[in-house]
Design a protein around this ligand. Structure first.
Ligand code: HPA
Length: 265
């Protein structure tokens, strides 16, 4: 019989425990493009290992996604930070995409912070803005869950955690994040469709991880960094390099914001 995803996550959590010497984590973060430098501000770094050294993780495919797992202590809590994530477009399936979140929950984390780079659809969010994810549109048409797992997604992104984030920065806007399968960027017609459907942000990650985290009973906080205006909404083409450059430029400000939010979790 093949291993269940839960057994795979427990195996990875056991290996993590033996390599880091940390018995359990309180909070886990997935650092998307532009967010990774923020990990340096979260506390004292302990062990850092290549995620591919843990069972069930695949090597990273994307520049800007370093693919490591860092154990951090802020003096009071143990924090697990994934620097980089597995995307659906890498072709390893939904289980690989959510393995990090499942491993974090198996390692004790009850709060999962998911960060990403996103295209801005709502004109109120300029490039470089951090935006709280209030809800999502899962345009991948996939779920990481199988079987009769009827998980309630009414409040996927915890309202208490959003309030807490706004206590750090009352100006933080909220939006609906639409996840497309990628790896290609959207067409202008697709962006018009997403806007009509109520999306404020567009990206290629986060939603499957949020579903897996909710299914595992963890609370989710989602944060996007607007790295570009979505396709067709301005007179420019999209380039992954620009996405990375905006991420680098915003790293200091969003890093401080994230560290201040995590300190309050
Ligand atoms: N579309 C999809 N994913 C993205 C974008 C975008 O415009 N920007 C950053 N990630």
């Amino acid at each position: 019989m093949t291993r269940t995803p839960q057994a795979a996550a427990e195996e990875a959590a056991a290996e993590l425990r033996s390599r880091t010497g940390v018995d359990g984590y309180d909070v886990a973060l997935v650092m998307g493009s532009g967010w990774a430098p923020a990990a340096d501000l979260l506390g004292a770094s302990g062990h850092e290992l290549a995620s591919a050294d843990l069972p069930g993780f695949v090597p990273p495919a994307v520049e800007g996604h370093s693919g490591t797992v860092r154990s951090i202590s802020d003096g009071e809590r143990d924090i697990l930070a994934f620097l980089g994530r597995t995307h659906l477009y890498e072709g390893h399936g939904t289980s690989a995409v959510v393995h990090g979140v499942r491993t974090a929950v198996a390692a004790g984390a009850r709060t999962i912070v998911l960060t990403n780079a996103a295209g801005g659809i709502n004109p109120a969010y300029p490039v470089g803005s951090p935006v709280l994810i209030a809800d999502h549109l899962n345009m991948t048409a996939l779920s990481p869950l199988t079987g009769a797992t009827f998980v309630d997604l009414t409040e996927t992104y915890d309202s208490g955690l959003r309030e807490l984030a706004r206590s750090v920065d009352p100006t933080l806007p909220e939006g609906v994040y639409a996840a497309m399968p990628g790896p290609h960027f959207e067409t202008p017609a697709e962006i018009r469709m997403l806007r009509a459907m109520g999306a404020d942000l567009v990206g290629m990650s986060t939603v499957l991880e949020a579903v897996a985290a909710r299914a595992a009973g963890a609370r989710v906080l989602g944060l996007s960094l607007v790295t570009n205006i979505a396709a067709g909404l301005q007179d420019a083409n999209l380039d992954h390099e620009d996405v990375l450059a905006t991420g680098r430029e915003a790293a200091g400000t969003v890093g401080r914001l994230l560290a201040d939010i995590v300190a309050k979790l």
